[in-house]
Design a protein around this ligand. Sequence first.
Ligand code: TRP
Length: 364
Amino acid sequence: MKKERIILTGDRPTGKLHIGHYVGSLRRRVELQDSGLYDRIFVFEADGQALTDNIDNPSKVRANVIEVALDYLAAGLDPEKTTLFIQSQIPELCELTFYFMDLVSVARLQRNPTVKTEIGMRGFGESIPVGFFTYPISQAADIAAFRATHVPAGEDQEPMIEQCREIVRRFNFIYGETLTEPEIMLPDNSACMRLPGTDGKAKMSKSLCNCIWLADSADEVERKVKSMYTDPGHLRVSDPGKVEGNTVFTYLDAFCRPEHFGRYLPDYASLDELKAHYRRGGLGDMKVKKFLAAVLQEVLEPIRSRRAEWEKDIPSVVEILRKGCEEARQVAASTMDDVRRAMKINYFDGTSLIDERIAAGKEE
Ligand code: TRP
């Protein structure tokens, strides 16, 4: 039998999604979905994982489950092709996590660099929640329960996937070939790895107010682009400017395609030409920003209008998630049947437990 190609990936629903998520992951997911190269695609909201450091703020996670679903649908994920579901609704994931916990040592978890950094960032001090500390194990269960072969994710998730591979290998070594080792699919373009905030800071973050949201109106996008960080040394139009570290150009690297020049800036043939002029001097920030705004509007307009359509029909969005959870649950349940059989805890399958005991009794 040909091995199926199965994609699984997801996000913590702790906030709406922004254009950094779009270039970093959403755009790619839609391409993968439409490529026809995969047998199944699962995209899920890791609400249980979001709760590991938001346990006192369940309303935030609850509200964002809908926002993120709207962003998924707006970006072009199609529930006919991609199963959209919510982690907490699949109890099989807890069950698999429970057994996976026995296959990982505390020391190994402590070495996970992503967990280390995240613990530092959150300032837990001596009070690290056990659930947070062990979330890589639950993430391994997310992946293994769906027999995912490919996990599209950012570089920061590499240690998670590696840990999952180790757990799966150990499981298969002890109990026989049962689960599938996944591989990470890193973003293919360096500009897509991480988009800085509009203020030039390394990351878009809600608290820094430096995000362009997928849900932003055309006016908001216009306003945010106009106030973007550029090259602080580029004071007069005639001054030579820097392109590296200039957020406007970083965004152009991520969003601009050759055909945008014909439509919005026909004096230039390519981004390289535009950059060369900026470096030489004589090209004003406003002109580049106007171009970026036009490019962003073109990319974001279809997303914005799809979002507006879905917002008018929230019951259908909820229904998509409900159906997705049902489908996902069947898949996870079937994996768990195999897991229980492999681990010999399938006591009530047929009469084998009885037969084995009778046979053992006869040997005595
Ligand atoms: N840890 C991921 C993040 O913070 C979310 C996530 C949870 C995930 N389970 C996953 C991603 C399984 C890929 C596969 O973005």
